[in-house]
Design a protein around this ligand. Structure first.
Ligand SMILES: [Zn+2]
Ligand SMILES: [Zn+2]
Length: 223
């Protein structure tokens, strides 16, 4: 929790320089909504560190344009404009004004948009999209790696269940048994384990996998 507090403090300090007069209370309200959401906090920090048009500005809404495998395509509505950002646990990337759409070919493919023109046609206004809900409160998102229901976890996610024993995949002993080793010591071991795991069939995220009490740490309660 301390990590969030520190992040909020950093954002709060940046706001002092970035937010236009009279808007600070509303800007802080939004920060409060996402107080424990690592995705939104990363976005807010990026925005207030590098104001898109280098003028004082503030975010009053964050909307979810698309999301896949822990990667979020978010639109922010600011006092000046609407902008697109890509956010994941890997970091934040500014994409430019929403009206210009996505230029990056790979990104368009990843989210299955035919091309930039198609994207622009379907995404005219950020208000067409739902408000981005803090991921912690959305049951259909893995709280650790942000995979959606039905998607595979990021390998190494503490919520992923083992397809052999049903336990916590990063904790059980199946990886040693299957590889017939004492420890997983090399990149090669990991790659081999991933292959065996894929053959067996990995268990995608579903809401029942959520830890029943957040403060019980990484322990997973099954059924
Ligand atoms: Zn996960
Ligand atoms: Zn196991």
């Amino acid at each position: 929790m301390d990590e969030f507090k520190e992040k909020r403090q950093t954002i709060r300090n940046l706001m002092e320089y970035a937010v236009p007069e009279g808007k600070i209370a509303e800007a802080v309200d939004l920060l409060d909504i996402y107080r424990e959401d690592s995705i939104a906090l990363a976005l807010l920090q990026e925005f207030y560190s590098f104001l898109p048009d280098a003028v004082n500005d503030w975010i009053h809404e964050i909307r979810l344009v698309n999301r896949r495998q822990g990667v979020f395509l978010l639109a922010v509505l600011t006092g000046e404009n609407e902008y697109l950002y890509i956010v994941s646990s890997e970091g934040v990337e500014f994409q430019g004004p929403l009206t210009e759409g996505i230029w990056d070919r790979e990104l368009l493919n990843f989210f299955e948009y035919e091309d930039r023109e198609k994207f622009v046609q379907t995404c005219k206004s950020a208000r067409d999209f739902e408000i981005y809900e803090p991921v912690g409160s959305d049951e259909n998102i893995c709280p650790a790696c942000h995979a959606a229901t039905g998607e595979l976890h990021e390998l190494g996610c503490p919520i992923e269940l083992c397809p052999w024993c049903g336990g916590q995949l990063i904790r059980c002993n199946c990886r040693f048994d299957k590889l017939e080793v004492e420890t997983l010591s090399s990149e090669e071991d990991l790659i081999r384990f991933e292959e065996i795991l894929n053959e067996q069939g990995r268990i995608p995220y579903s809401p029942e996998q959520r830890p029943s009490f957040a403060d019980e740490g990484p322990g997973i309660v099954i059924d």
